[in-house]
Write a protein that binds this ligand. Sequence first.
Ligand SMILES: C[S@@+](CC[C@H](N)C(=O)[O-])C[C@H]1O[C@@H](n2cnc3c(N)ncnc32)[C@H](O)[C@@H]1O
Length: 233
Amino acid sequence: MGRRKRRLKEEIHEFPGLAFPAFDGLEMHAGGWSPRVFGNLGPLHVEIGAGRGAFVRGLARALPEVNFVALELKPDRATRIARGAQEDGLRNVRVLSGNASHLHAIFGPGEIERFWVNFPDPWPKARAVRKRVLQCERLRVLRWLAAPDARLHFRTDSAPLFAWVGEQLPGSGWRAVDEAPDDPAWRAAREIPTEYELAFRREARATYYLHLAPDPSCSVGAPSSMAADPVSA
Ligand SMILES: C[S@@+](CC[C@H](N)C(=O)[O-])C[C@H]1O[C@@H](n2cnc3c(N)ncnc32)[C@H](O)[C@@H]1O
């Protein structure tokens, strides 16, 4: 890791109350993030793999009544998100540096209204498939955390990943639904490109969208254990 990244990684400690460098100690907020962490009863949205935070900052500006948690595996990127949120004066954003596969350790069942998953790493090689964020087993965990009327919005430039995620749906607790053009959150989100999306647009690559809702015919139980996860930066 270069000096710049190392410095950014350390800087995450400079945003107390805004950025959390690890999941340790956050278990106590499970089921109560909005009242305890944000101090209100607003809906809770989680962006998984938030990158440098352009999307979450844009959406948080557009939807000030929504509480956003930006989850990012890489601490240097998490620092950039926190810095940006602070510069923008966004009171409805918190930043977590950690792994999406451990979300059930710190959030409670039914607590999350929306998940945003933008351009997750496709991990195209067969030996890395287990690192993909939207695999069936992890979708089941997200479903456990999801409110009954929750949505999960996924976008990617990778046609193979898009098809693969579609194959993960049976048994995941989620079903594909049409986009709701009059839904204010989706309407706002559609207008906010992510960093990766901007880069891909310059290359004229297509973006594929998938919208998921809890599948009432497929319930999921509590995640049995905190699976040790191999995902690394
Ligand atoms: C391809 S980038 C996309 C970033 C951003 N969403 C965008 O569209 O510009 C994927 C991001 O997800 C993060 N990531 C990968 N696996 C993760 C995991 N298991 N938990 C949290 N973040 C993860 C990576 O560190 C990276 O920043």
